[in-house]
Write a protein that binds this ligand. Structure first.
Ligand code: FAD
Length: 308
């Protein structure tokens, strides 16, 4: 119930105004968002790299209906990739891109524009010596995102995809993408989805996550295990060992601000651990999804709004 309410609020302009206007929101947002500028993102990348961690940078923004804003997003990615390259951090940092931020929902030729814009970001990433992963948004975008991924991979074969275990279709998508050279981030899924397309119960989602993990670990691609769930981390470690995978042949991923000690522990144990670092001004949707993931976050947030 609470999760659905928060995810509905993530799309509400009125709630957005209320949350953004409250000066006490800032410190709570700071837990999950690394700053507003490219320089903030580069500094956080440097700090995480010094602890043996890898990074995926997300320039916050989504769902734009304005082609100028989509172009601004492309330019923001180009700028941060240039900065990473200049300071030699690009080997440890890739970027994550939401296609809805680069034009997928534009009323005219949205998909075509998103593909062209994503291609420009892939070119900048390749020039910097790194790569791109396409974030996955709600289920209405899955086919379009996977089509764009296929096109991008012709010229940029290391472009990664995200699959969401809560979607009923995802086991088959895992089979399709568990091929040589294919990078797949498996997450549970962060959007409000109907029962017709997605498992609703936590236990069902967890079981689906394990089935998908098994397919990816046994396949020939590069699995990116995106979860903070200690059970899923343990199962992934076990499945990787059974599939005789070396530590470089898969990675764990977690979000900035969530279980940071565990991030460092996994890296110290010899695993590759990538932190997803979101930065920028457009933090509202991202922040509300983080609140929805854990009811305790809402209590924490409400207390800080009340100043207690
Ligand atoms: P859960 O069972 O939700 O959580 C396990 C434990 O982790 C919790 O008990 C708690 O201790 C901790 N935890 C989890 N979330 C939080 C939180 N917000 N605050 C504090 N503690 C928390 N989703 C998409 O739909 N599309 C994407 O492209 C996408 N990309 C992602 C990239 C990365 C690197 C990661 C880690 C997640 C991504 N997600 C994405 C979000 C994902 O779908 C889940 O919503 C999120 O990871 C929570 O699920 P969990 O696997 O951590 O398990």
């Amino acid at each position: 119930m609470l999760r659905s309410a928060l995810l509905a609020a993530a799309g509400s302009a009125n709630v957005r105004r209320l949350v953004e206007a409250n000066p006490l929101t800032g410190p709570v947002v700071d837990r999950y968002v690394a700053g507003t500028t490219a320089q903030d993102a580069v500094e956080v990348t440097r700090a995480l790299s010094s602890r043996g961690l890898h990074v995926s940078l997300d320039h916050l923004g989504e769902d734009t209906r304005d082609s100028g804003q989509a172009t601004d997003t492309v330019n923001a990615y180009r700028a941060v990739l240039g900065s990473l390259s200049d300071e030699g951090s690009a080997a440890r940092a890739e970027v994550s891109v939401k296609l809805s931020a680069v034009g997928q929902f534009l009323p005219k030729d949205g998909e075509k524009i998103a593909l062209e814009n994503a291609r420009l970001i892939c070119e900048a990433a390749a020039a910097a010596g790194t790569t791109v992963t396409l974030d996955m948004e709600d289920h209405t975008t899955t086919d379009s995102t996977l089509d764009i991924l296929r096109d991008l991979r012709v010229d940029f074969p290391s472009t990664g995809a995200v699959l969401q275990a809560y979607l009923r279709r995802t086991e088959q998508d895992c089979r399709d993408l568990a091929t040589a050279g294919s990078r797949v981030r498996l997450c549970k899924g962060a959007y409000a989805e109907p029962a017709s397309v997605a498992f609703q119960e936590r236990a069902e989602v967890d079981r689906a996550y394990v089935r998908c993990l098994r397919i990816l670990m046994q396949g020939a691609g590069y699995p990116m295990v995106a979860t903070h769930d200690p059970r899923m981390v343990a199962i992934a470690t076990d499945l990787a060992a059974r599939a005789r995978r070396s530590p470089e042949s898969f990675e764990f991923q977690m979000l900035y601000g969530i279980r940071p000690a565990e991030q460092v522990r996994l890296a110290a144990d010899g695993h590759r651990l990538r932190v997803y670092v979101a930065y920028g001004d457009e933090w509202y949707g991202y922040f509300m999804r983080r609140l929805a993931e854990r009811p305790a976050n809402l209590v924490f947030f409400a207390r800080s709004l009340l100043g207690r």
